[in-house]
Design a protein around this ligand. Structure first.
Ligand code: NA7
Length: 542
């Protein structure tokens, strides 16, 4: 019959990034027949697509932004504390070689849709090339930013110069030197692009809608011999273990103290230590535990941060746009960027900021961008306008549940998952680094490893128990939803128009998209769900 020609796998993973590699490696070891289908022509996931100038890790520093496997880090040392995309490319090549990965990855293989075959307890997955594959376990590992967002600006097609989106940057690179450039958007991608290209542009115009509360990265070169010593002394291992125990899967956690437990002098010294000495996300994730919950506490954080920016931006007009006296949203409720010399680059005389709050874009035309304040002619427009984040990746795939409904249809009135890893009536499907998991509030490698380790453990057990159908219970989804909202509603996060809650996309439902209850609670919930004979799951066990 025709179906005999369709290849059959135990596990099909979609996307060749951190999540896929971690999962592939584990599941292969338990003897499963696993393949990865990747839309792009190389590995790297987010780092494959987002090769815009200056793209680099701006969250967790070395050694925790990598897979936590000694056999991988033994022979690979990052050169920088925060790795750039070129070095991540080198890293992915290293993982491919060490784990002999490429034989199990099909590149240029774009998964488009999947339907559940009840008679076989398998998914039938279809790719853009028309090919089909049966798999028992189906694992989209496409993360939170696989669907870019381009705002519907009038006249975009008229522009005669070159127009790029940071999330699909050409692999061959773009010459940006001595050019008149416009960058729209000041999220993480915009800040990194601006800081990288600003100096060499003949003119740079930044179109800012909301200022980014950037933190100093405190980037540094790493000494290979020194890192090697740390590895031998067990410091990498210790750091990785620690990541399972902190809120965001980092090596550090929120302080035990509240903001006003300290005197103003103590607070100032503490803020200085976090912002200036430590740098990175310390000012966000290592600070007073009430900062993201209490307005007054948050004001203290904002004002200290603001003053540090004012010191670096001599032009008072620019300074007011970058760090306004009246804060547009509470500190830390949108994703802070880590910058190296952003504030110095913005201060250069040939760099302008257009404030889209007072001067919105009216149109893009043949020669450039027209706002209420007037026309700016440019050679190149860079859209750094982000993603239909967190839910957009999965919802763009035409995966149908047991009633024939797509994920998009199922989530039309609100995103519903069980523990940010499964969805009722999508049996045998697990997704990585997506909605309602710690995703945006976590170190990516920590989050995907937690999920991959759990999937590995569960599949082993299901196999032993002869279970071939595994579906999240409806009550488990409801319970997770309740817990999701509870954490969120108590925080200041609802006050920002952020992609954390879908507020960056016009018309998208505003709701918490990330688990804000921390990594340890997440791990505990996953583990508990399979206790007492798989209490949160429907199975076909006899
Ligand atoms: P982000 O963080 O979503 O940033 C997108 C930026 O584009 C942000 O400054 C937006 O302003 C701006 N934007 C979006 N739509 C428009 C329109 N219509 N007009 C003007 N400006 C607009 O995406 P990134 O790619 O920078 O980063 C995503 C994450 O990837 C990042 O946080 C890391 O975790 C990695 P807004 O702030 O909404 O006013």
């Amino acid at each position: 019959s025709a179906s005999e020609a369709i290849p059959e796998l135990d596990v099909l993973i979609v996307g060749a990034g951190f999540g896929a590699f971690s999962t592939l490696h584990k599941l292969r070891q338990q003897g499963l027949n696993v393949k990865v289908y990747e839309k792009g022509s190389a590995s790297g996931g987010i780092w494959y697509w987002n090769q815009y100038p200056g793209a680099r890790v701006d969250s967790a520093d070395t050694p925790i932004y990598q897979l936590f496997e000694p056999e991988l880090y033994k022979d690979f040392t990052f050169r920088e504390r925060y790795a750039g995309w070129k070095e991540l490319k080198r890293y992915f090549n290293h993982v491919e070689k060490t784990w002999d990965i490429v034989k199990d990855v099909e590149y240029n293989k774009n998964v488009e849709s999947a339907t559940w075959d009840e008679s076989r307890h398998q998914w039938l997955v279809e790719c853009a090339d028309g090919s089909e594959t049966y798999c028992r376990w189906f694992i989209p590992a496409i993360g939170f930013a696989a669907k870019r967002y381009t705002p519907p600006i009038k006249g975009m097609g008229e522009f005669k110069g070159d127009l790029y989106h940071t999330a699909v940057w050409p692999q061959w690179g773009v010459n940006l030197k001595k050019k008149r450039i416009a960058v729209i958007g000041t999220g993480a991608s915009g800040i990194q692009t601006i800081q990288e290209i600003g100096k060499d542009a003949s003119h740079l115009t930044i179109y800012q809608r909301t200022p980014n509360y950037c933190l100093p990265m405190n980037q540094k070169m790493l000494d290979e011999a020194e890192e090697q010593k740390k590895k031998e002394a067990g410091e990498y291992e210790k750091a990785h273990k620690k990541c399972y125990t902190t809120f965001a899967g980092f090596t550090y956690d929120f302080s035990e103290k509240n903001t006003f437990d300290d005197t103003p002098e103590e607070r100032e010294a503490f803020f200085h230590k976090l912002l200036i000495e430590e740098g990175g996300f310390h000012y966000w994730l290592n600070t007073y535990k009430d900062m993201l919950f209490d307005e007054k506490a948050n004001d203290e954080a904002y004002n200290y941060w603001r003053n540090s920016v004012l010191k670096r931006v001599p032009d008072s007009k620019k300074a007011e746009l970058l760090a306004p006296k009246n804060k547009p949203h509470p500190w830390g409720t949108k994703r802070p960027s880590l910058e190296q010399n952003f504030y110095e680059v913005v201060s250069l005389p040939h760099v302008d900021i257009v404030d889209l709050q007072t001067s919105p874009i009216e149109e893009i035309n043949e020669t450039g961008i027209k706002t209420k304040d007037g026309q700016v002619d440019v050679d190149i427009i860079i859209l750094a306008t982000g993603f239909d984040a967190v839910t957009g990746s999965l919802a763009q795939l035409n995966i149908r549940d047991t009633d024939g409904k797509s994920i998009k249809e199922r989530w039309a009135d609100g995103t519903r998952t069980s523990m940010g890893i499964a969805i009722t009536k999508f049996p045998n499907l697990f997704f990585l680094y997506g909605p309602q998991a710690p995703t945006a509030f976590s170190n990516g490698p920590t989050c995907v490893q937690v999920q991959a380790e759990w999937i590995d453990k569960v599949l082993k057990r299901l196999n032993q128990d002869g279970i071939t159908r595994f579906d999240a219970k409806e009550e488990a989804m409801k319970d997770w939803q309740r817990r999701m909202n509870e954490k969120w509603d108590n925080s200041l996060f609802p006050k920002a128009k952020s992609w954390y809650q879908g507020a960056n996309i016009p018309g998208k439902k505003v709701e918490p998209l990330n688990w804000a209850g921390g990594m340890p609670a997440y791990i505990e919930t996953l583990n508990k769900s399979v206790e007492n004979n798989y209490q949160d799951w429907n199975t076909n066990a006899k």
